[in-house]
Write a protein that binds this ligand. Structure first.
Ligand code: SF4
Length: 312
């Protein structure tokens, strides 16, 4: 499978069957905390990065033949999914083959465009990100494409919320000494009051970030969050559950997941070990793939993570 992956365990969506219509690290943001590494294709151009028919075919095959168990079909992946010009067509097509809820995980940057809002009105859940309460912090943490202005971003969120019937859960990624002070949190809260999301999800960088200086906030942030937001959802915990694969080809399946979702080594060992593949053999395969420059291993907060090596 080239465009569909998983289902993978998700902290907010249970088992999430991923659809990724965007090439690796193609994004209009360059978030300092991005778990996929630095943005290699920094663009604000909406186009069909892959032929629509190819994605249609995979959707049909997986949803009608392979039929894995999943809770949500999720458009997400290795870049910003709303950069795919005909995203609305992909969503309509998927709806013909599943009755499960559809979710789009987006940075929300293009919601100020009416054609992007129209693409998303039919899905059940939209999960955008808002990490800043003003232009200055927005530029610092998300490093957006110059065409994207903070004012438009907020207006886009409000406009979408006002016409959308589904669930709109806005995620805030907190980074130590960047947006975790009371002053920064209050500015974000002001914008949330205008947007009126169904839920505010608070996250921290639990996977290795694009910039090595990015740190998880101190525990004292919790009292500030309680004071400022009062009602929020803490998603700051490792995801649990199983990853699903379509074949016994270790390399192919591993690369397909970690291109979109860096994995802890313990997750890899648990998910791939079988009577035919021991944990020791998996570790040898990981070392070989690292030597071949295909993947990178790194230690982060007492866990070893593996992610795809992005060749620039
Ligand atoms: S975190 Fe998301 S929005 Fe930010 S750079 Fe990475 S892919 Fe783009």
């Amino acid at each position: 499978m080239k465009y569909l992956y998983g289902p993978v365990p998700s902290r907010r969506l249970g088992q999430s069957l991923g659809v990724d219509p965007i090439p690796s690290k193609t994004c209009n943001y360059q978030c300092i905390y991005c778990q996929l590494g630095r943005t290699s294709n920094f663009t604000n151009l909406r186009k069909n990065y892959y032929p629509k028919e190819e994605i249609f075919n995979e959707l049909k095959t997986v949803l009608t033949e392979k039929k894995p168990y999943f809770d949500y079909l999720t458009f997400v992946g290795s870049g910003e999914p709303t950069l795919y010009k005909d995203l609305g067509d992909l969503i309509s097509y998927a709806k013909e083959y599943t009755e499960k809820p559809i979710c789009v995980i987006t940075n929300g940057s293009l919601l100020y465009k009416s054609e992007v809002r129209d693409d998303l009105y039919d899905v059940e859940v939209v999960l955008p990100t808002l990490d800043a309460g003003d232009e200055k912090t927005f530029r610092l943490i998300n490093r957006p494409h110059p065409e994207i202005k903070f004012k438009d971003l907020i207006e886009g969120f409000i406009e979408f919320r006002n016409h959308y019937d589904g669930q709109f859960w806005v995620e805030v990624m907190l980074v130590k000494n960047v947006n975790d002070s009371k002053e920064e949190l209050l500015k974000i809260k002001d914008k949330m009051d205008l947007i009126e999301p169904d839920r505010i999800d608070i996250n921290v960088p639990i996977r290795p970030p694009a910039e090595s200086w990015v740190e998880i906030p101190n525990k004292s942030v919790i009292s500030r969050l309680n004071e400022v937001f009062i009602d929020y959802n803490n998603i700051n915990f490792p995801e649990m559950g199983h990853f699903k694969f379509y074949s016994s080809d270790f390399e192919k399946e591993l690369l397909s997941i970690i291109e979109r979702h860096p994995m802890r080594e313990d997750q890899i060992l648990e998910s791939f070990s079988s009577p035919n593949l021991s944990k020791q053999e998996i570790q040898e395969k990981l070392s070989l793939l690292e030597k071949q420059n295909k993947i990178t291993g790194m230690n982060y907060h007492n866990n070893k993570f593996w992610k795809l090596k992005i060749i620039k």
